[in-house]
Design a protein around this ligand. Sequence first.
Ligand SMILES: Cc1ncc(COP(=O)(O)O)c(C=O)c1O
Length: 185
Amino acid sequence: MGRLINLADQWNIPVVEDAAESLGSMILTRHCGTFGKAGILSFNGNKTITCGGGGAIITNDAALADRAKHLTTTAKVNHPWEYVHDEVGYNYRMPNLNAALACAQLEQLDVILTDKRMLANAYNAFFSKTDWCDFFKEPDGCTSNYWLNAVITLDKKQRDDLLKTTNDSGIMTRPIWQLMSDLEM
Ligand SMILES: Cc1ncc(COP(=O)(O)O)c(C=O)c1O
């Protein structure tokens, strides 16, 4: 991130950080999603904390936060009774019920992260005793939220053997996402 931010600064490119998966992950003492001008977190059902769907924009820039709030809440002008929308906005606000779910989990984030780390340690211990593949561990100086446990196989054949063996045994594994740029559309 340091190198990316330096480069972007040189060229005056604002960085919007896709930190969708990384709530609780850190580089040194800094949370992912806080390096750029703005970051985004996903609260989709498969994430570290979820409110069913949706997410959050995080930024230290108050003007940008106001602008995002305006656009995501139908661009309604603040007024006690008039409903005037001063530009084309979007209905992207998070319903209170969903937000309550997320808030309750946010309070438990440390516990959730500890459990995920324990699970990752168990996978790591298992894979270090096999010649299957390498368990993907956090780089030095970084703290992973271990949202997703990942292994790197030697080649595609080993990958497919691993996928077949585990799935045949009722353990769900899957390959990493296809790159969007490789999809035909
Ligand atoms: C890196 C990354 N960006 C974006 C998304 C999309 O998030 P959402 O499902 O909240 O739209 C995901 C979801 O898995 C993701 O992992």
